[in-house]
Every structure is written in structure tokens, then in C-alpha cells.
Design a protein around this ligand. Sequence first.
Ligand code: FA5
Length: 339
Amino acid sequence: MLEMKEQLKSELSEAKTAEAVEQIRIKYLGRKGIITTLAKNTDFSKLSVEEKKAFGGKLNELKSFAEEALTAAKEMAAASHVAKKSTGLDLTLPGSSGKLGSLHPISLIQMELETIFQGMGFTVVSSPECELEYYNFDAVNLPADHPAREMQDTYWMTNGMLMRTHTSANQVRTMEKMGVPLKAIFPGRCFRNESADMSHENTFYQCEGLMVDENISVANLIAVMKTLLSEIFHRDVTVRLRPGFFPFVEPGFELDLQCIFCSGAGCSTCHGTGWIELIPCGLVHPNVLKFGGVDPEKYSGFAFGVGLTRLAMMKYGIPDIRLFNAGDLRFNEQFPVYI
Ligand code: FA5
């Protein structure tokens, strides 16, 4: 009888539905069931009083055990059926392991830049994407009739505001808000009414940097840019400055990085020149300091506006800028969860 109990237990553990449990009940307790037959086929007249007592006791115990085990198995099967029906979940199935998400390459490069600049004592400032014409153009020395406005066509709101064309729009806001001396960066999204190709998008990211204090010179600018680039590319870098025109800086420069792929020998990334044009920058124009309420006789500063999207392309070897905004998970999933 002990064996029969074990066999019953093992069969019930396999039974997942009410129907399967019922089949087992019939097998053991039905009219021709194993336990019923055992009782029927025993010739009690041949047993002594003690034997009858002992056998009858064990048989009753086996019957009660079977009835209780069958009732419990039936309830469990019913409960699992309800859970499956109401939630669509089968809690008895083995679990599936979760998949870790990854960060967008722009988020990765932005986080990296923020960490580098915070290490140099810069504050990270958030700034509006939808701007007043004043801050985007006039306050950075680009009055309404200035021909350089042509180079930054954008999207205008019906209320006269615009989607900012560059993060330089936050220069005067930051001077007004923080006063001087100041060291700040403001990364963010910019918009230009341009048709997209491999290296141009209508929506892209820049990171502006602004440092204003007494006696700030081009030497400070170069030192900060070299620190930034050597940290980003994890190696010593060589840079050069070429004259560049931006109405909000004087003098203005294009900072070129000696090609990190060919060390200046010339390759397809640098179009055979050995240099990669990377960061427009310069010393803040006295007019912009004045718009920010800063005395240009006492203070000077530098500003730069690095294209974050293009920097990410170089760092991660992304050949086409249009991949960033395409929303294709096969692209996004190639980047690490954390740097
Ligand atoms: C400016 O936007 C200036 N505000 C930068 C600046 C700041 C100069 C402070 C001096 C002092 P520019 O138009 O060159 O400059 O854009 C800066 C960077 O933004 C470019 O080098 C490029 O990396 C990126 N960029 C510009 N237009 C696009 C575009 N359509 N798609 C992707 N990246 C772009």
C-alpha cells in the first residue's frame, strides 16, 4: 500500500489539468479502480480478527489519502486554469531572461563630454530648443539684416519663436543667469532647414562651451580643446587653428584635429588632407559680452560649438548621420549599456 501511495503521488504531480486528475481518480477510486478492487477482492473471512482490523485500517487510510490528494490536485489544476485564462500568463512555465537596453550613441557621447567638462570645473546647463529670435540671432551679433543668417535657415513658430539653429543661442541667456566669471557647457538638439545627406541632418546635436573670466586667451581655449579631444579619443592629439568667421567671436577659428586614423598621413576619413575639421570656436565678441551684461574691458572669454552628432560618428565609426534618427533597433543595440 505504501508503494501505491507513492505511485499515486507521482502520477498526480504530472497531472496539470482537471481532466488528467479525473482520469487518475477513476484509475484508483472508480468502480473498477485499483483501491476499490483491492477492497473487493480481499476475502475477509480468511483473516483473523486482528488481521481484519490491521488490513481494514490501512485500506481506509489509503482511501482517505487518495481522496485528499485527488481533491488537492483538482483544486491546483483549476487555479492554474483560471490564472492562465485571466492574465494570459502561465505562471508554471519557466521564466525567460530579460534583455538589457542600450543607450543611444548621442546620449553616450553627451554623458562622456559632461563628465570630462565637469572634471575641468564646468557646469552643465540645460537650455531651450524653442528659442526667441533675439537669443538665437540678435544677441550673438547676428542682427536681422546680417547675411550670415542665411546659413542657418530654420523652422519658425506661428508666435514668432524658432527652433534654435545652434547652441550658441544659450550664450547670452547663460551670462544673464550665471553672471561672471563662468565656465559652462550646454549640450542639446539643434534644427536647420536643410536636406539630409550622409553628413547633414535637419535635427542634430551640438555642445556649446563658454568660459568668461579675466585674462582668458586663445591659450585657454586650446588647452581645454586638447583635453576634451584626448579624453574622448583616449590618446594624445594634435590640433591646429585656422581662421574661421562667426559673427559672435573675434578672432574666430576652425579647430582641426590631426586625423586619428592615419596620424596625418592622409586617408579616406580626412579626405587625404591629414586633418579633420572638428570644432568651430573663438574668443567671445565684445558685443556678445555686452548683450550678456558683461564688461568687455574687464572680462574676456572663449566659446566653442562642437557638433556632437559628428563627434559620435567619428568616435564610433558611424558612416551615415541619418542612422541616428532612423529609430532602427539593430543600430541602437550595437552600443553599450554604459560606458
Ligand atoms: C555653429 O553652429 C556655431 N554656433 C559654432 C560656434 C560656437 C562657433 C561658438 C564659434 C563659437 P556651425 O554652423 O559650423 O557653427 O555648426 C557647428 C557644428 O555643428 C558643425 O561643425 C557640425 O559638426 C555641426 N552641424 C552643423 N550643421 C549640421 C547639420 N546640418 N547636420 C549635422 N551637424 C551639423
